[in-house]
Design a binder for this molecule. Structure first.
Ligand code: LMR
Length: 396
């Protein structure tokens, strides 16, 4: 049965790490996979995570299965981090939260849940979006439709075109939105735009499906949650797929959650039971380790402070690097205006280069970035910024 199977090329994002590792050029720069890196190019284990891990290791006396929805404290703190402590939806018992394996596992679990209950549901996905959204969501059975999002000429949001396209989304459809730090373009909705999409959802009845993978890496934990909290307050239904890969640095531990907001507490219980039943069909019960660490940190004021300080440092570093790259390109005489990079949020921005220019950066300069010219800003540091800026200037 395997004779006719053809090999697949490496993943367009994850494949870059392997290529970078193999490269022997001492000047090589890794701006590929979206992981946070510190000044020395390392993707660190956060200090609060290390402490929690030691504590957990000493305390843990069983590796038996955990509850299907995840540890109670994890559910409580995840709901509060996403929606805010005093959100009316929490007070009214209109939201459920289910631990799932990472952001991708959460997206997939929510998609499978929807498709189980309404096969072939249409989901509107931004163009561009995270490269894995399309295969991940469509292989669950959902039917994808792209909506315009980013204007590559002006390097800004194409909001009018987006709203125009979303006018066709109606009751029973999903609209995938990036909660903050849009992957791949870094251009986010502002408060008025979140309001406009919320109003459209109220009018036409579609259900927003928000992917929140970078909370805290844009403007702050609460600021980055603005749109999702607004929608949870104003709309009867909402799906949130969230991840702790980036803001807790727990990439390989696969820690995420599916949060479902429903019209009332009765439907909330029914939906939550269907979500865990869906998980049972796919992977049975969730991994526990990372979820215990998140819960332990958020349940301990001192560990929360340490984590928050480190997250703030990460965010400030990313925003500083954005400024540094724009200034450096200007300083060396590059005519193209890159100031848009400074206004964008989170790990990613498009440089706005052609496929050929990207290929030259990768092949001739050992600067690794995604084919769309998406860079992981956190891969820039004081040691590589000159080489990076000079190389960009040369390919331009
Ligand atoms: C990225 O976009 O680089 C990250 O989300 C990692 C991944 O899985 O693609």
């Amino acid at each position: 049965m395997f004779d006719s199977i053809e090999a697949r090329p490496p993943d367009p994002i994850l494949g870059l790490s392997a290529a970078y590792k193999k490269d022997t050029n001492p000047n090589k720069v890794d701006l590929g996979v979206g992981v946070y890196k510190d000044e020395s190019g390392n993707c660190p284990v956060m200090a609060a995570v290390k402490t929690a891990e030691r504590r957990k290791c000493d305390e843990e006396d069983s590796k038996s299965y955990i509850a299907q929805a995840g540890p109670e404290l994890y559910i409580k703190y995840t709901s509060e981090l996403l929606l805010g402590n005093a959100h009316p939806v929490l007070r009214d018992g209109r939201s459920s939260c289910t631990l799932a394996p990472g952001g991708s596992g959460s997206l997939r679990l929510a998609a499978e849940f929807v498709n189980n209950n309404a096969p072939g549901t249409k989901i509107y996905v931004s163009d561009p979006s995270w490269a894995n959204h399309v295969p991940l969501l469509s292989s669950s059975g959902l039917k994808l439709e792209l909506y315009p999002y980013y204007n590559y000429e002006t390097h800004s949001l194409n909001f009018d075109a987006m709203m125009d396209a979303l006018k066709s989304a109606t009751k029973g459809d999903l609209v995938l939105l990036h909660g903050c730090c849009h992957n791949p373009c870094g251009a986010d909705l502002n408060a008025d735009q979140w309001q406009a999409v919320t109003d459209l959802s109220l009018k036409n009845g579609f259900t927003p499906f928000i992917d929140v993978a970078y909370q805290g890496l844009g403007d702050g934990l609460d600021e980055d949650a603005y749109g999702m909290r607004l929608m949870a307050e104003k709309l009867p239904e909402l799906i949130i797929a969230s991840s702790y890969s980036k803001n807790f640095g727990l990439y390989r531990d696969r820690v995420g959650a599916v949060t479902m907001v429903t019209a009332n507490s009765e439907s909330c219980r029914a939906v939550a039971s269907q979500v865990v039943a869906t998980a049972r069909e796919i992977y049975s019960v969730p991994p526990a380790h990372g979820a215990f660490l998140v819960a332990m940190i958020l349940d301990d004021a001192e560990l929360t402070r340490v984590w928050n300080d480190e997250l703030t440092e990460m965010r400030d570093r990313i925003n500083g690097l954005r400024r540094m790259l724009v200034e450096k390109l200007k300083e060396i005489g590059v005519e193209k205006d890159f100031s848009f990079i400074q206004n964008e949020k989170g790990l990613f921005s498009f440089l706005g280069l052609s496929k050929e220019q990207v290929a030259t950066l990768v092949n001739d300069y050992s600067i690794y970035l995604v084919g769309s010219s998406r860079i992981n800003v956190a891969g820039i540091n004081n040691a590589n910024i000159d080489y990076l800026a000079q190389s960009i200037a040369k390919v331009l």
